[in-house]
Design a protein around this ligand. Structure first.
Ligand SMILES: [Zn+2]
Length: 278
């Protein structure tokens, strides 16, 4: 497979975009946006916040996919594997994860243009708590209005443990659709076959990603919202609770405690949602 031109953290690019992934395969939803950032001359930082359950194997799978998409290995940091943030339990590591992210961007923070993060959607508890970390980081760095969320999966409007993939929740605000060229879609679908350790999970994802690429073929970006993270992701029980992975109450309590601790660090210089709580 031919590598596309990669860009290091050069210090002379037009800025830096940060991509937040909870698990080593979450980057699948970011690949085209990552390539757009590179094409527009920005440097990248792709951060992984959990150990993925098997960090040695999964880090390499993600590294392979990202490098094939044009990302330089210097731009990838596997924080979760290094600090042993257990897959599924990111809510127990919120404060150390916040400190680790801040440590990674120390010295680069004035160059950050946008932060991309998993959506607030009640699909996986790690995605939601990472979303909160992303919203806080966007506020701290003054890039709240240029930062975006991308939905991975959720169960809103579905029964039992059925779910929708790459389907933005209307509650998260207007969606901007960025078309992915067909050749890129095909390339990405081939790249996703690298997630071999996640074979079982991808049996449930891959057909929906193919369908989305065939029928829609866009990246679906939504703004982030401070007030939304103070609400349930959607009416009804989130998917992670239906699956017995965690529950909304525990996730909410962890997030509330975290927000209370770090709120003095957040910038109030940038106006945020006009009717949301500060
Ligand atoms: Zn994930």
């Amino acid at each position: 497979m031919t590598l596309e031109p990669s860009i290091r953290r050069t210090g002379n690019a037009t800025g830096l975009d940060v991509f937040l992934c909870a698990h080593q395969d979450d980057e699948f939803s970011f690949l085209y946006t990552i390539q757009c950032s590179l094409a527009e001359g920005r440097d990248l930082l792709v951060l992984f916040l959990t150990d993925g359950g098997n960090s040695e194997v999964r880090n390499e799978e993600s590294r392979k996919v990202l490098e094939a998409a044009g990302v330089h290995s210097d731009s990838i940091e596997f924080i979760g594997g290094e600090l042993q943030f257990t897959d599924g339990k990111l809510m127990d590591h919120l404060l150390p994860a916040w400190r680790a992210i801040n440590y990674c961007i120390e010295g680069l923070s004035s160059r950050v243009k946008s932060i991309y993060m998993p959506a607030w959607e009640g699909g996986h508890q790690d995605h939601d708590v990472l979303h909160v970390l992303g919203v806080c980081l966007a506020r701290k760095l003054g890039v709240y209005h240029s930062s975006r969320q991308i939905g991975l999966y959720h169960c809103y409007g579905m029964s039992w443990i059925f779910y929708r993939v790459l389907s933005p929740l209307k509650l998260n605000g207007p969606t901007t659709k960025v078309p992915i060229p067909p050749a890129k879609r095909l390339k990405f679908l081939i790249l996703f076959l690298n997630y071999r350790s996640q074979f079982m999970a991808w049996i449930g994802l891959y057909p929906f990603v193919i369908l989305d690429y065939l029928l829609d073929g866009t990246v679906k970006l939504q703004p982030i919202s401070w007030s939304r993270i103070h609400q349930a992701p959607h009416p009804g029980v989130p998917l992670y609770e239906r699956r017995g992975f965690s529950n909304l109450q525990s996730v909410t309590t962890s997030i509330d405690n975290f927000l209370q601790t770090i709120s003095p660090e957040l910038s109030t210089k940038n106006p945020i949602d006009s009717n949301g709580p500060l």
